[in-house]
Design a protein around this ligand. Structure first.
Ligand code: SAM
Ligand code: SF4
Length: 328
């Protein structure tokens, strides 16, 4: 266990077609959302068990009121080497300075297209110019290196891979292309919409030759590449076509305090219930250790095996926790 993703809210101001396409969800009751004190306590315990990196996510993390207070609490925890946040960028311009001042080290911004009309079609509620403003503001404040997450979906934005690469190279952002995954249930994922990593790499390599660098620590989800001309780098997260379950070091904490050991899990272990029931730190540590020790997740490996089998893969056969709950 090396990195922890904490979902600070399940609410979002966008409705991205690949993530939460519906207008309404069964939202987590506000009383069930972890308080900052509870998050800090759990983060400290996780760090004691080997976590070195924490990423705040959601839902849209910048919707959580006073997030800066949580960031400064987490930033002062001993043993934490990396504290970052993934955001859709809509509220970044006005928050970037306070995030930096609170001790946030880096951000990832999700951006799938540079076309404002398409951006609206994907996010349903977003405004591309606001996201770009936030990106450049964050860069000017040194909240980097900034990575851009781009989910590539066939027929939607697969024609923009090179445009995104050029945008990244020109402006000093590292693009992380993400294969469209069957997270949650609401997006009704179909494998035909997923653009495989190899296709993305071939497309880029023909114009901007790439040199494979490998995975950070040998186990990170992103397989990274440097441009042969020395200008920038990209990565691809290929959890569908090249699963990395065997090297997974990632734990997740849902907004309502459940420990989840896989992005494709159908349930989590209720740490909040234990905490609010009066558990001592030693009890929580024992619970976390035992959940982690017993995990046998290899969902993406199994998906690929099924996709290659005669029967094929049926994404609807397995109910998963929605991405906004467990923190993408
Ligand atoms: C769930 S979002 C949460 C943080 C924030 N709201 C954002 O969009 O950056 C985290 C990341 O998950 C990615 N994501 C969501 N649904 C996905 C899917 N079906 N396949 C691949 N990536 C997905 C998003 O593009 C985003 O980069
Ligand atoms: S990807 Fe992020 S911005 Fe888009 S709906 Fe999901 S949580 Fe919201």
């Amino acid at each position: 266990m090396r990195d922890l993703r904490i979902s600070v809210t399940d609410r979002c101001n966008f409705r991205c077609t690949y993530c939460m396409p519906l207008d309404e969800y069964e939202w987590i009751d506000r009383r069930e959302i972890l308080t900052f004190e509870e998050i800090e306590r759990l983060a400290r315990l996780f760090i004691g068990l080997g976590i070195e990196k924490i990423r705040l996510t959601g839902g849209e993390p910048l919707l959580r009121r006073d997030l800066n207070r949580l960031i400064s609490r987490l930033a002062s925890l001993d043993g934490l080497l990396d504290l970052c946040l993934t955001t859709n960028g809509a509220l970044l311009a006005e928050n970037a300075a306070a995030l930096k001042a609170a001790g946030l080290m880096r951000i990832n911004v999700s951006l799938d297209t540079l076309d404002s009309e398409k951006f609206r079609r994907i996010s349903k509620r977003g405004d591309l110019s606001k996201v770009l403003e936030g990106l450049f503001k964050a860069r000017s404040l040194g909240l980097g290196p900034i990575k851009i997450n781009a989910v590539i979906e066939r027929g939607l934005n697969d024609d923009e891979v090179l445009k995104l690469v050029e945008f990244g190279r020109t402006n000093g952002f590292a693009i992380r292309f993400i294969e469209y995954m069957d997270v949650g249930n609401a997006n009704h994922w179909q494998s035909a919409k997923m653009v495989p990593k190899q296709e993305i790499i071939d497309l880029i390599n023909r114009v901007y030759p790439l040199m494979e660098r490998g995975r950070l620590y040998g186990s990170a989800p992103s397989l990274d590449y440097d441009f042969a001309d020395g200008i920038g780098d990209i990565g691809v997260i290929a959890s569908v076509t090249e699963p990395f379950c065997g090297g997974c070091t990632r734990a997740r904490l849902t907004a309502d305090g459940k420990l989840v050991t896989c992005l494709f899990s159908s349930n989590g272990y209720d740490l909040k219930g234990l905490m609010r029931g009066g558990a001592a730190d030693a009890d929580l540590l024992a619970a976390i250790s035992s959940v982690w020790r017993e995990r046998a997740d290899r969902y993406s490996d199994e998906r690929l095996e099924a996709m290659r089998s005669a029967g094929g893969y049926n994404p609807e056969a397995h109910k998963k926790i929605e991405m906004i709950r467990l923190g993408g």
